[in-house]
Design a protein around this ligand. Structure first.
Ligand SMILES: [Zn+2]
Length: 403
């Protein structure tokens, strides 16, 4: 649905990866499983029996599963279209994640010109409409050669949902594809890029509010609970449009700053085999941070520890407990790439409960960055000053700690 420059961290943690297409990692948020089950259930018990009655129950379930899988494949094709066109314009595609109401292509950076943005946004809906056409032709063919009406019904349903997907996404309201088309068009017509994106995001909020009102009206006036879906989608649109506006505003202040520009380097780190007492005395005492990357003997990141975690270990056990025993392990730690833009890193840095992200360049720890660094950069930017990289306090290099 939307092609947004999402920060990998949060999304990756909640999603299941299942391979690559054209070199792009493809994943799925856990909510897709719920939607799939709901879809299969709806198709098997309601939609298919209504359009092709009198078939054996098992056949309904079989066709329902097939149709739901094909629907997901069409959704993936929509996202792949965004991603491949983005790559054509030199925008790196980090991953594609299927999600509750569609998919997200995680793009790094933006197209260099309005035409690029326009084609990236248009590619998805075009593929959805083309898929709809394909399923319609197959349905007509299946009907002509006299295939089971159930097969025809499933193909007709696939054609309809893909038309709906294509058309809904072309509504001129960010973060829908149509909103991006609108922003690209306004940009191409001479408005500056940020202003164009603000207009599209505002349209997204207005449209979201209309959907919520329409949905609630259906629930209240028509006593039809299906209206809740509409309200839910409206709420999602408003939230996403709000996030877009915040992103645009941030982009205007911190501009092209990257993680590397604001991170603290070299990073103060502990070693996995170091005891808590040793770490506290030799490292934590002389540094302003409250959480620290932990490295193995080869210098690879094994996790992150916070002072609070260390404090929870009884004093008597601190001389023998090692950082490796208390750290939050690497696979549950959000890490950043030095080249990631601050705008893209912002959602992760500002996430509740987040303290500090190790910055890794080809698996080498090159620095750490925290929400304070981002806030400092925005405040400096509003003063017209570009932040200089922060040096960490006395002799606190990762090298210096190698025992
Ligand atoms: Zn799309």
């Amino acid at each position: 649905m939307a092609n947004r420059a999402a920060t990998g961290g949060e999304q990756v943690r909640q999603s299941i990866r299942f391979g690559r297409i054209a070199g792009i990692p493809i994943g799925s948020h856990w909510s897709v499983l719920v939607i799939m089950l709901l879809l299969v259930w709806l198709l098997a018990l309601t939609i298919l029996p209504a359009s092709a009655p009198g078939e054996p129950a098992g056949l309904y379930w079989l066709l329902a599963v097939l149709a739901a899988v094909l629907f997901m494949a069409a959704l993936l094709a929509h996202e792949l279209a965004h991603a491949l066109v983005a790559r054509h314009y030199g925008v790196r595609v980090r991953a594609i994640t299927l999600w509750l109401l569609g998919g997200v292509s995680e793009l790094d950076g933006r197209a260099p010109h309005a035409r690029g943005d326009l084609f990236i946004a248009l590619a998805g809906p075009i593929v959805s409409i083309a898929a709809a056409g394909g399923f319609a032709v197959l349905a007509a063919g299946a009907s002509l050669i006299g295939l089971d009406p159930l097969v025809v019904a499933a193909l007709v349903w696939l054609a309809i949902v893909n038309v709906v997907l294509g058309v809904f996404n072309m509504l001129p309201a960010a973060p829908l594809d149509g909103g991006r088309v609108l922003a690209a068009a306004l940009w191409g017509l001479g408005l500056d890029r940020a202003a164009a994106q603000r207009v599209a995001a505002r349209a997204g909020m207005v449209f979201g509010a209309i959907l919520i009102a329409a949905g609630l009206a259906q629930v209240i006036v028509l006593a039809w609970l299906g209206g809740l879906w509409l309200a839910l989608i409206g709420w999602f649109l408003i939230t996403a449009a709000g996030a877009e506006t915040a992103g645009t505003r941030l982009r205007e202040t911190v501009g092209d700053l990257r993680v590397a520009d604001v991170m603290t380097t070299p990073a103060v780190a502990g070693y996995a085999h170091q005891t808590l007492d040793d770490f506290a005395a030799r490292v934590a005492g002389g540094s302003p941070h409250r959480s620290y990357p932990v490295l193995d003997i080869g210098g690879r990141l094994t996790g992150v520890v916070t002072l609070a975690q260390l404090g929870r270990v009884p004093p008597a056990r601190r001389p023998t407990t090692r950082l490796a025993d208390v750290q939050t392990p690497r696979d549950r730690t959000a890490v950043l790439d030095p080249q990631t833009s601050l705008v893209d890193a912002a959602p992760l840095l500002l996430a509740p409960g987040h303290r500090l992200a190790p910055v890794l360049d080809r698996e080498q720890l090159v620095g750490v960055v925290c929400s304070g660094d981002l806030t400092r950069a925005t405040e400096l930017a509003s003063l017209g000053v570009r932040p200089s990289r922060q040096q960490d306090s006395p002799s606190a290099t990762t090298e210096g700690r190698a025992e």
